[in-house]
Ligand binder design. Structure first.
Ligand code: URA
Length: 469
């Protein structure tokens, strides 16, 4: 870091001062230019700055500068030669949140059905995803349970995969958004995940590096969300929408309910299995919320891409694409193009091989009224699906299966969850955590809709909330 010293940047933010653009840019450069021989900034200093930002926040200018410095910390994708409509979605993080595994193939199938004059899919999804973070799961960790799957494509391979498949599912690499790769891993272990500024910079730096025409964000609200209140989730949505719009990407955020794990399974391979089942036409009743949310997100994306006159029509079109098997064909194409062994999808249940499993049964009758979804997420991570420290391997087979949903009528002795782990010693604590999360009452609860609100921007940049779809 020339002239600007890391310690000064940390002290300025710690003391509540505004950081200058040069300070932010120099700090991010120092993070990515680090080599074992040239330690420009230490992990301890990076973690200190993250905590200072967590506690003091950033103003709009600082946030825009941080997002842009992270976006340009490595190579960025240029979609212009493809002459296609680029669009993506991203979630702020949830439990059992696997909508990307359904939405990307749905959009890819829509793009493959409408190629441009050069035969390239008319819609392309260059999706850069993340790993597990805090109590939430990560799309990359799920995808990497597929034997052979390569999430570390370079930009040439990314363009080629899009040209053939209409979507590619990759991660931050040492060359693509490297700053987020480093900050993301450190935030996971330093209590600095739940900052609206750090979340915005992390998500928007990745998404803006994809050269997107449009972006649909899934901002979680409720006890499983990173933000502690509805209002704070809404502020996060507004920050991300205004950051995207200011960078020229049409951005819409759906505020969606995260009061319980989404779908039937939470974990890594088990979530891939659940999505493959759905794409093969097997719709398990426990997957109903996952399907509803995926169709709402895909519906908005198809609408923004010009294939549907409204988000509702888009959701219907997405449902047709899913039902017809076209999304499954697109999925097979994407996974095979990225080196994955697609034979595992012939019988995904057979590839679920946890060494230990345990079922948690109800000790009383009533209705499942609420649960602490964040604690449920931590239970999934402690079963082995998440990391204790950066670089740890995650278990492919750890996770939980939900047998009930909020509002379900429960009889005493009925199975509520099944826990899976690769280590029998890892079952006790998560079982207790799950048990502690549940509230069973004599009366049925009222359940909020899965999509609570939509945050969008007018052409002038003023935020408004259109009708709930
Ligand atoms: N997803 C990301 O990519 N980053 C965050 O900070 C949270 C969710």
């Amino acid at each position: 870091m020339t002239k600007i010293h890391p310690i000064d940047v940390i002290l300025h933010k710690r003391d509540g001062l505004e950081l200058r653009d040069e300070e932010i840019q120099a700090f991010i450069r120092a993070i990515v230019e680090w080599t074992p021989r040239q330690q420009l900034v230490t992990d301890a200093q990076i973690a200190s700055l993250l905590m200072a930002i967590f506690l003091q926040g950033l103003n709009r200018r600082e946030l825009a500068t941080l997002t842009s410095a992270m976006r340009f910390s490595g190579e960025t994708f240029d979609a212009a030669p493809l002459k296609t409509f680029t669009i993506d979605k991203h979630s702020t993080g949830g439990v059992g949140d696997k909508t990307s595994l359904l939405v990307a193939p749905i959009l890819a199938a829509a793009g493959l059905a409408h190629p441009n004059e050069e035969g390239i899919p008319g819609i392309c999804v260059p999706m850069i995803s993340g790993r597990s973070l805090g109590h939430t799961g990560g799309t990359l960790d799920k995808l990497e349970t597929i034997p052979g799957f390569n999430s570390q494509l370079d930009l040439k391979q990314l363009a080629e995969t899009l040209r053939i498949c209409g979507a590619a599912l990759i991660g931050q690499t040492p060359r693509i958004v490297p700053a987020d790769r480093i900050l993301y891993a450190l935030r996971d272990h330093t209590g600095t995940v739940e900052s609206p500024f750090l979340i915005t910079a992390s998500i928007m730096s990745k998404k803006l590096a994809e050269s997107l025409n449009a972006l649909v964000l899934d901002v979680k609200v409720g006890c499983g969300a990173f933000m502690p209140t509805y209002e704070k989730s809404r502020q996060l949505a507004e920050l991300m929408v205004s950051t995207g719009e200011a960078a020229g990407t049409r951005t819409v955020a759906l505020l969606t309910s995260m009061e319980e794990p989404l779908g039937r399974f939470s974990g890594n391979w088990v979530e891939v299995w659940e999505c493959v089942d759905i794409m093969q036409g097997k719709r398990h009743p426990m997957s109903a919320d996952l399907i509803e949310l995926s169709l709402a997100l895909a519906g908005w994306m198809l609408h923004l891409a010009g294939q549907a006159s409204s988000p509702q029509q888009g959701a219907q079109l997405a449902d047709q694409i899913l039902n017809s098997g076209d999304a499954y064909q697109a999925w097979l194409k994407i996974i095979a193009a990225q080196g994955g062994d697609i034979s595992v999808f012939e019988d995904p249940a057979a590839h679920h091989k946890p060494a230990a499993r345990r079922t948690l049964n109800a000790t009383q009758a009533g209705y499942l009224s609420s649960m602490d979804c964040r604690l449920a997420g931590w239970a999934v991570q402690r079963l082995g699906a998440g990391r204790a420290k950066p670089g740890d391997a995650v278990s492919a087979h750890a996770g939980i299966e939900s047998h009930v949903k909020l509002g379900s009528r429960i009889e005493e002795g009925q199975p509520l969850f099944t826990l899976f782990s690769e280590d029998p010693l890892k079952l006790d604590q998560p079982e207790q955590m799950l048990r502690d999360t549940l509230r069973i009452t004599p009366q049925p609860p009222s359940i909020p809709p899965i999509v609570r609100e939509v945050v969008s921007a007018t052409p002038t940049g003023n935020l408004l909330t259109p009708e709930i779809p």
